[in-house]
Write a protein that binds this ligand. Sequence first.
Ligand code: ARG
Length: 458
Amino acid sequence: MAKKKKAWSGRFDGQIDAFVEEFTASIPYDVLLYRHDIEGSIAHARMLGKQKIIPQGEANRIAAALAAIREDIEAGKISFDLSQEDVHMAVEQFLTRRLGKIGGKLHTGRSRNDQVALDLRLYLRDSIDDIVLLIAKVKEAILARAEEVFGVVMPGYTHMQRAQPVLFSHHLLAYHEMFSRDQDRFRDARRRANVSPLGAGALAGTTFPVDREFVARELGMEGVCENSIDAVSDRDFAADFLYASAVTMMHLSRLSEEMVYWSSAEFGFLSLPDALCTGSSIMPQKKNPDVPELIRGKTGRTYGNLVNLLTVMKGLPLAYNRDMQEDKEAVFDSARTVKESLIGAALLLRGMTVNEERMRAACDDGFLTATDLSDYLARKGIPFRRAHEIAGKIVRYCEKSGKRLKDLSLREFRSFSRKIGEDVRDFVSLTNSVRMRNVRGGTGPRRVKSRLEALKKP
Ligand code: ARG
């Protein structure tokens, strides 16, 4: 089979080895960049025309043909093949097929090195916009549920042991805070990615009188990279994105883990809707929480993607090295994983049924208000360390006699300290325990309510 001519074949004798062609090609995955590649090329072509680097009429024809190529790709009318090596060469080939010699003028004053850096930046910008919106959906779902279950008390945990009662809304809103910071991290990554490397050429800049700022403006970018070597060498902006993705997945994974065990028979705090679960092929009674399990499981690959890129970049001499072609799959994979996981999380949050009784029942034993008992004693003037010890003894007494704090008589309480009065029982009630934590950021209902209201404002 006759091989197609490569764009760089001028200085080469004979054909490329078939294995090497396949080994070096990025087209099997970088086709995902075709829209961004075309967007960048249209801006570049307009600039070439405006600067009279190529005739304006030809620039216009190139821009129009590129737009038509985009439509054809979208309509499935043209397809890519391995010999094209990468998406950049493929698009250029489609262009020359349409325009002949004129198509060959597009690459004036540009290199694939600055081109690929631009494409990845544009891709990340789009992905980040999608992700920030999807996080907003998750946050909306959290707010809606937090409002709906306002007043429901559950055990808060440390070391996975029942610790202190908290409002379930407060627990949910903790995730809201995390996801807001995740959005910030993505926006921050976007800001750094949204700078144009075009004009850097292969690494040293270009001899043509290009207008770099014009290209950046056309693309809605914030500015241009100030150093041509940096522009084609670094992928820190992609690492920023991978880090933001990894952290978001970490948060989603923790939420998922809670959904998994809260929906178990042992906890029964939640049940997940049938539509989001699957059955077992052998155990007829099973309803498995696959969606949160997979979100939890997919977190691993996003950590891997971050370490992957950091490792690819580590020790690379400036400027472009072919190693950097390996940046793409990590980025594509994390982008897809985060998006899918956010969609799944929003569905789970909206669909879950909250079992208020089970949450409250779990608060009933386990001495969740033992801290309040020591606070009570400290308020009566007993030094906190001593108060803590007395409360500990009371808990031990309860455990031995199979009683809960609220079952103790005043006499029993007073056998541990004469300072204990009739008001102790109210003080150590669940409702009071939560209500008294009226500190900013605490689980006190008034505080939680006002945070809820504040978060609801756009
Ligand atoms: N496919 C390449 C990549 O993804 C494009 C840049 C190629 N540059 C080069 N000098 N071979 O990195």
